[in-house]
Design a protein around this ligand. Structure first.
Ligand code: HPA
Length: 245
């Protein structure tokens, strides 16, 4: 295993890994080789690639594990700890999410400007951090969001609510999420952001909207299909943000 020094880490969510195929990795490592927890969900390859990108060494995780698969907050954020231990200063997080905001539609990309952690989990519980009281203002870097808007003029921006899952939301839960100020909802990202901010890592997050929440026909197949359709636009966005990071 040879990751070496890393400038930036990237986590690619459900069905969002395809464009990595366009780059020739310096290293290709399975999650097992990295002693990262492994889940077997379709759409998640479970490997990490080291790629050179705009003069930076990027550690790209294709897939992640989730709380709903039975993993602990510490396991979910082990990828972030690995990136931190190899010197990463920036973390780019991607996910598929359902729209709460009724202006948002399947296929939209939403910059995450803030989050609400409703998972009931936290990676800082039980850690021996000297200061676990991590400041979460500007958790999603306004600098990197501005850079992203410069790359793609058509981005949505909003608040991501992170839930444990795995079932999709009831209509009453969707109503509740709208009331508390969420624009999109998903089952990842928030714990990785908390772990990264505790490590002083600058975070950028983007959600691919795959469906409207509490639509009667939301299915995992639909979510994965929409994700594939937006791959090129997401790749272009990440390319620009990596250049600016
Ligand atoms: N709810 C929660 N998570 C999701 C959704 C949703 O509607 N779509 C994609 N991830």
């Amino acid at each position: 295993m040879n990751i070496g020094k890393i400038d930036l880490a990237l986590v690619l969510g459900s069905g969002l890994s395809e464009f990595l195929a366009q780059r020739t990795p310096v290293e290709r490592l399975s999650f097992a080789q990295l002693k990262l927890p492994v889940a077997k969900l379709a759409g998640h390859a479970g490997e990490a690639l080291v790629v050179e990108w705009h003069g930076k060494r990027v550690l790209a995780f294709s897939g992640r594990v989730h709380g709903y698969q039975g993993f602990t907050a510490k396991e979910i954020t082990q990828s972030v700890a690995l990136a931190r231990d190899h010197g990463a200063k920036t973390l780019l997080l991607t996910n598929a999410a359902g729209a709460i905001n009724d202006q948002f539609h399947a296929g939209d990309l939403m910059l995450i400007k803030d989050h609400i952690n409703l998972t009931g989990m936290n990676p800082l519980i039980g850690t021996e951090l000297a200061d676990p009281f991590v400041n979460m203002t500007n958790a999603y870097s306004s600098r990197l969001r501005a850079a992203a808007r410069g790359v793609d003029g058509n981005l949505r921006e909003g608040v991501y609510a992170g839930l444990l899952g795995p079932n999709y939301e009831t209509p009453a839960e969707a109503h509740y999420l709208r009331t508390i100020g969420a624009d999109a909802v998903g089952m990842s990202t928030v714990l990785e952001t908390i772990a990264a901010r505790a490590a002083g890592i600058e975070v950028f997050g983007v959600s691919l909207i795959t469906n409207s929440v509490a639509a009667a026909d939301t299915s995992h197949a639909e979510v994965t299909e929409i994700a594939k359709g937006a791959a090129a636009r997401l790749a272009n966005l990440l390319d620009g943000v990596i250049a600016a990071a």
